[in-house]
Design a protein around this ligand. Structure first.
Ligand SMILES: Cc1ncc(C[n+]2csc(CCOP(=O)(O)OP(=O)(O)O)c2C)c(N)n1
Ligand code: SF4
Ligand SMILES: [Mg+2]
Length: 351
């Protein structure tokens, strides 16, 4: 975690959002990652997305596991709630926090090792529950923090910095997410802010589990020839299936209907995501074709990006469990809140 403060000096003409805040108000401490790390670009995209949505910073809770990626919540939203948890265990901490207080915007930041290697079990179950959160995987195909071992996202034949080739098949987080119950699944690239920022905004406004897999090259251990997660490889094999543009509730979107190949999808919070089709057959509401498309692009060694799957109708965890709409801290103790004995009995059912 970084405790280095950024200089307080601000340009007097920085634009402000609906709350009168500038983008600097959404930043965090100074990054201690390697210069050029893709994770820092994702941090900047998250700052911009939160700023553009004009959400007060105290309404966010940032959660992460362990890894270079999991350090990044220290670099954005300094005035938000947050917890850097243990390796691969962020989903259960997020589930607990969201159960107690559903009134916050939850941002989970994880790595491919954190989610797909040690944390695969937790990752699977948080999607099955359709927990209401934005979950970002900063995917570089390696364990960056521990010096470049292959993660479960490494492609067959991809080489390490030392030259060894990976032999085990990769886990594709997008295929896993669509199969296991996530209701918003997207893929992007840390170097494509124009695509990533609207996806993050839409993911934050989505009711349910929004998983965004962001290819994020590790310049120190996985940006060489032979890597399939390098800047060069990603740029060469990049294929947007669909372009997503987020339109906040206050903006008129009628003009965008007329441009031809655009479908507006109304999000729960009142915003709209406008999907512009590039592949004429691509329909992100069709689960089976979304999986087929991903398998086809994997076989063709293409990286398909954009919003891959969305289901706005799927109930999220609180709706399934019919839990109170009021955060637990606001329930009057002894009247509406049944107290500690009932909580102990309830928790015993989950052991
Ligand atoms: C229980 C446990 N096992 C192993 C480790 C060592 N460890 C720390 S970070 C990490 C991998 C991180 O990889 P990833 O999630 O892909 O993050 P990146 O650093 O690549 O962003 C490992 C194996 C640990 N901290 N805790
Ligand atoms: S080791 Fe890799 S993932 Fe970690 S900060 Fe450096 S470039 Fe980023
Ligand atoms: Mg990694």
């Amino acid at each position: 975690m970084s405790f280095m403060k950024k200089p307080a000096v601000r340009h007097p003409k920085l634009p402000v959002n609906d709350l009168g805040l500038t983008v600097r108000d959404y930043e965090g401490g100074m990054s201690t990652l390697c210069a050029g790390c893709g994770h820092d670009s994702i941090t900047r995209a998250l700052v911009e997305a939160a700023f553009k949505l004009s959400i007060p910073t105290h309404r966010f809770a940032k959660l992460s596991g362990i890894g270079c990626s999991s350090k990044t919540p220290a670099y954005f939203l300094r005035d938000s709630h947050g917890m850097n948890s243990t390796h691969g265990r962020m989903p259960s901490v997020a589930t607990g926090a969201n159960s107690a207080n559903r009134d916050l915007y939850y941002i989970g930041v994880s790595g491919d090792g954190d989610s797909l290697s040690i944390g695969m079990g937790q990752f699977a179950h948080v999607m099955r529950r359709n927990l209401n959160m934005l979950y970002v995987i900063e995917n570089n195909g390696v364990y960056g923090l521990t010096k470049g071992q292959f993660s479960a996202a490494a492609d067959v034949g991809s080489t390490s910095k030392k030259g060894d080739a990976n032999q085990q098949p990769p886990i594709d987080p997008c295929q896993a997410a669509i199969t296991l119950g996530a209701s918003f699944v997207a893929r992007s690239f840390s170097g494509d802010k124009d695509q990533l920022v609207p996806l993050l905004m839409a993911g934050l406004q989505h009711r349910g589990f929004a998983m965004i897999d962001v290819i994020s090259p590790c310049v120190t251990f996985n940006d060489h020839e032979g890597s399939t997660k390098s800047y060069e490889y990603t740029r060469e094999h990049y294929h947007p299936a669909i372009m997503a543009d987020f339109v906040p509730p206050a903006e008129e979107i009628m003009a965008k209907y007329n441009e031809g190949e655009a479908i507006p999808v109304k999000l729960h919070d009142g915003g709209t995501i406008v999907l512009r089709k590039l592949d004429k057959d691509y329909d992100p509401t069709d689960r089976i074709s979304a999986i087929t498309n991903l398998m086809r692009s994997q076989a063709a060694k293409e990286i398909t990006t954009g919003l891959l799957y969305i289901d706005e109708s799927q109930p999220e965890m609180h709706e399934v469990n019919n839990t109170t709409k009021i955060p637990l801290r606001d329930l009057p103790y002894g009247k509406v809140c049944p107290g500690n004995d009932v909580l102990q009995k309830l928790q015993a059912r989950y052991r």
